[in-house]
Design a protein around this ligand. Structure first.
Ligand SMILES: CCCCCCCCCCCCCCCCCCCCCC(=O)SCCNC(=O)CCNC(=O)[C@H](O)C(C)(C)COP(=O)(O)OP(=O)(O)OC[C@H]1O[C@@H](n2cnc3c(N)ncnc32)[C@H](O)[C@@H]1OP(=O)(O)O
Ligand SMILES: Cc1cc2nc3c(=O)[nH]c(=O)nc-3n(C[C@H](O)[C@H](O)[C@H](O)COP(=O)(O)OP(=O)(O)OC[C@H]3O[C@@H](n4cnc5c(N)ncnc54)[C@H](O)[C@@H]3O)c2cc1C
Length: 572
């Protein structure tokens, strides 16, 4: 993702060509179609956009309005934007950069609608980059961040494409207009599952970047007096600064390891799907949706904590933190808005809970749901033991999933329709799904630090980081663990004191832990996070390059300030 983030220059960005358009061809095109388009895309002989979202619909894909109507007389699809709200809106690169797009449209053949499918549409001339006939294109205007990428709009006025431009790996339309069903209607969504999985690594990299900047700067910055008369300490010596930064640093490692698991899961499940075994699709969707939602939300919040921990210089674009925050904030909305994605995970959990109630043994990331005992066995737990911490998170998640599911069953027993019962429990469902993903991240972190092939001294540091991440989660959500007595007040106090000890233990390795991300200054783009630590001289150099400093007296003085001052002085 980071490499793909390289843009060709202001206003031109080909991020989505790499992370969405090209993978869609890889995952949704037939071998024949790959021969035609995949190499062109990989060699950037064409540039593409992934055009799914419309002005009126982003989340509800089944509600998309763009149509692709099959005309058997010419064996073509007619792509059309029937309403204003059907205008494709947001796709990266669509407005000014791409000359092709995979367009998600409602497929009509023989008068029947078969739902959203992907179609390859050329949108600009390969000769002069002018829009193709019937295609209207433009940029949607400035955004919160990532203005190096154009996010565009597109309208189609009965644009004709050959039948072969429907991406037909899963579903097909024959020459006579016959529709051939795919093994699962959700296979058209497979690119979104893949992209959500990559967002977990993007979140990890973003949080790694922010913590690298903030930890390094916190070693350069000296401020205030810890003891009267003593020299000003590095701000990283303040426990509050460690409490702000080290849980974010631990989360960066946790998400990095979670993205390894996600990538491995995606590979093995899509491998089985290639052989026709669709059994893993539901779990893959639920895991990618939940992890994407959880990691991007924690990352966006965490980057802002890092920004605030750097004081005024953190608020300057010199720090690189506002841009990182803007990018990470986009990840919370793009590729499936976080609330909606977490609800998809909740839907899967409720289904699995019902299956375990009916006696089915659960496997995969939900196996713990059937293993956890409802009645807690309270007692003095060893809150520094990773196994104890993992079990606590799994108990919390199982309790919350059970509570949300039972609440929903109760609503339905009172006569509510399933959909109404779902909606009236959706806040509980979201919290239960978040607890589930949190428990997965903790378990995966613990298993990784115990099994990863590293020097024992490195394992010790990673174990401390995993303890810190888990203890922080328990103390931040103490009520969830206390609710049924699974943890006691004494356990929470023990967790807090262990957390303080972990902050002190991680401190000596903090710089090494961020250096280990190996983020080059050119990638970090931060004066505060420079590897050489020479912040102040480079901050001054950076400021001098501000456009406002091009002239000693800015033109605005002569235009506005001078006449204003003059008129005020004349009244004295
Ligand atoms: C190195 C250092 C570097 C440092 C820096 C590092 C980086 C720093 C950060 C820098 C970043 C800067 C860049 C900015 C961002 C650029 C990228 C932007 C890219 C964004 C691209 C996009 O944004 S592209 C559009 C995405 N737009 C969606 O994402 C729509 C969501 N909306 C849906 O996805 C469906 O609308 C939704 C809701 C499922 C309902 O779908 P629906 O109504 O059809 O389905 P239902 O809910 O009815 O569910 C019926 C059954 O289908 C099952 N099911 C549903 N989906 C399934 C699926 N996918 N696979 C399998 N099963 C699925 C479900 O589980 C049910 O199963 P069951 O019945 O068994 O329970
Ligand atoms: C930087 C950026 C890049 C993007 N790039 C692309 C791209 O390349 N290609 C592309 O096709 N799209 C792209 N998008 C669009 C993106 O996929 C959509 O913005 C996203 O899917 C959310 O849809 P929406 O904006 O219509 O919000 P909506 O779906 O309207 O959601 C708005 C609010 O309503 C709530 N809501 C909606 N449905 C439900 C529900 N069922 N239950 C509870 N709450 C609900 C949501 O939680 C959300 O808070 C991009 C967006 C951004 C910000």
């Amino acid at each position: 993702m980071a490499a793909a983030l390289q843009t060709l220059g202001g206003g031109i960005g080909i991020t989505l060509h790499w992370i969405a358009f090209t993978p869609t061809i890889e995952q949704q095109a037939t071998e024949e179609q790959k021969k035609k388009w995949l190499k062109l895309a990989q060699d950037v002989a064409i540039v593409g956009a992934y055009a799914q979202t419309e002005m009126g619909h982003g989340t509800f894909v089944r509600g998309l309005e763009t149509t692709a109507t099959y005309d058997p007389s010419t064996q073509e699809f007619v792509i059309n934007s029937p309403t204003l709200t059907s205008t494709k809106w947001w796709p990266g690169g669509l407005g000014k950069t791409a000359n092709h797009a995979t367009v998600m449209a409602q497929l009509y053949t023989r008068g029947k609608c078969y739902g959203p499918h992907n179609f390859m549409v050329q949108i600009r001339s390969l000769e002069n980059h002018q829009p193709c006939p019937g295609v209207t294109l433009g940029d949607i205007g400035p955004k919160m961040e990532s203005n190096g990428n154009d996010n565009g709009f597109a309208r189609f006025d009965h644009v004709r494409i050959p039948r072969e431009n429907m991406l037909m790996k899963f579903a097909r339309v024959e020459a006579d207009g016959t529709y051939v069903q795919p093994p699962s209607s959700k296979l058209a969504y497979s690119n979104m599952v893949y992209l959500r999985g990559t967002f977990v690594m993007s979140a990890a990299q973003a949080l790694a970047s922010a913590t690298t900047i903030a930890v390094r700067y916190s070693c350069v910055r000296r401020q205030s007096e810890m003891k009267p008369g003593e020299p000003e300490p590095q701000i990283l010596e303040y426990q509050t600064q460690q409490y702000k930064l080290f849980p974010q640093l631990a989360a960066a490692y946790a998400f990095w390891f979670a993205s390894w698991f996600m990538t491995q899961q995606h590979g093995s499940i899509t491998g089985s799907m290639e052989k026709g075994d669709m059994s893993g699709l539901a779990e893959l969707h639920a895991l990618s949706a939940g992890l994407k939602s959880y990691t991007t939300a924690v990352t966006a919040r965490g980057i802002d904590v890092c920004r605030m921990a750097c004081g005024g210089h953190g608020y300057s674009h010199a720090s690189g933190l506002p841009a990182l925050f803007g990018g990470a904030a986009a990840l919370c909305t793009a590729e499936g808005e976080n609330t909606v994605m977490m609800l998809q995970t909740a839907r899967y959990l409720v289904k699995c809970f019902a299956q375990s109630q009916a006696g089915k043994r659960l496997t995969g990331t939900v196996a713990y749901l059937s293993a956890v005992q409802p009645s807690p066995v309270a007692g003095n737990r060893n809150m520094s033991d990773l196994g104890t911490l993992v079990a606590a998170f799994q108990h919390r998640a199982a309790r919350m999933v059970r509570h949300a599911a039972m609440q929903m069953q109760g609503e339905m027993q009172k006569g509510k329709a399933r959909e109404d019962a779902w909606n009236s429990c959706s806040v509980l469902l979201i919290k239960a799904a978040e607890a589930h993903v949190h428990s997965f991240v903790v378990r995966n972190f613990a298993e990784t630090v115990q099994t990863v092939e590293v020097d024992e001294s490195v394992r010790a540091v990673l174990t401390s980081l995993c303890q810190l991440y888990s203890l922080y989660g328990i103390t931040e959500h103490a009520g969830d663990f206390l609710k049924d007595g699974y943890l006691t007040g004494r356990d929470i106090d023990a967790a807090s004191s262990h957390l303080s000890a972990m902050l002190a233990r991680v401190r000596p390795d903090a710089v090494a832990l961020v250096d280990a991300f190996d983020l080059h200054d050119k990638i970090l783009r931060s004066v505060l996070g420079r590897y050489d630590g020479r912040v102040y001289e480079h901050l001054y150099e950076w400021a001098k390059k501000s456009p406002l400093n091009k002239s000693e007296v800015h033109e605005s003085y002569y235009k506005y300030l001078q006449p204003f001052l003059k008129s005020n002085r004349a009244k004295l």
